[in-house]
Design a protein. Structure first.
Length: 247
């Protein structure tokens, strides 16, 4: 049995925040052994809390952190909530932010949590994670994330940020360099890396999305796993959280 397989996942209901989803669901992963542990709120990608995302929760818990992924599509499913989520992330406000705050508050109050909290997200979840890096977290890990509309305002006072982008990601050309420049200018501690041959979705450990769409996702949008980039990104994330989430 692998370390991931030993981590049981729990489907939970998260007490809602004002203006959030009334019956917010989530997935919780608890590390083995005695706590307390730091916590990490994980934010899913466009296809919701699928198998790839659930294994990211397991992986985070296996690394010794309480891991909670709120289902941002609780209210209406991906078909109804996806566009709304993208618009809210672009605007920097709305229901996804309320649901994220509900997850952060719930995780911090758990008896097994030290109170030190990180946020981890990729793609649309990465954009959301980047937008809240200055809102009550101690460290952030963001991957193939679009920058906030006004990054100098959104990232002022942000927690330390580790980030990764794919050099072959057609939708985010120059994003790594732009984020580096913004964080440097704001004096935010950061580690931003671009992986030359990687596309969008390089953290995935399996193909995502409806089977019929996968050729388009892979060939046109370059959404594809990249084990080498993923291994390096996870190693950097583990080291970042180990440093910045210590009690």
């Amino acid at each position: 049995m692998t370390d991931l397989q030993r981590i049981a996942l729990h489907d939970v209901e998260i007490p809602p925040a004002p203006d959030g989803s009334p019956r917010l669901r989530g997935v919780l992963g608890v590390p083995e052994g005695p706590g307390p542990w730091p916590g990490v709120v994980l934010l899913h990608e466009a296809f919701g809390v699928d198998g790839v995302m659930r294994r990211q929760v397991q992986r985070t818990a296996a690394s010794g952190r309480l891991a909670l992924m709120p289902d941002l599509f609780t209210d209406g499913g991906a078909r109804r909530a996806l566009v709304r989520t993208f618009k809210a992330v672009a605007a920097g406000e709305g229901r996804p932010f309320a649901d994220l705050e509900a997850a952060r508050t719930h995780l911090a109050a758990m008896p097994g949590c030290t109170g030190r909290l990180g946020v981890l997200g990729s793609s649309v979840g990465g954009g959301l994670a980047l937008s809240v890096a200055a809102r009550g977290f101690d460290a952030a890990a963001v991957f193939y994330a679009r920058l906030p509309e006004d990054p100098h305002t959104a990232l002022l006072g942000a927690c330390p940020v580790v980030a990764g982008y794919g050099g072959a990601d057609p939708g985010l050309r120059g994003a790594a360099a732009e984020l580096t420049a913004v964080l440097t200018r704001l004096g935010v501690r950061h580690d931003v890396r671009e992986y030359p041959g990687a596309g969008h979705g390089f953290l995935h450990d399996a193909p995502v999305g409806p089977r019929a769409l996968r050729p388009v996702l892979r060939g046109v949008l370059r959404i594809r796993p990249d084990p080498d980039a993923a291994a390096d990104a996870w190693a950097r994330t583990d080291a970042w959280f180990a440093e910045h989430l210590r009690s």
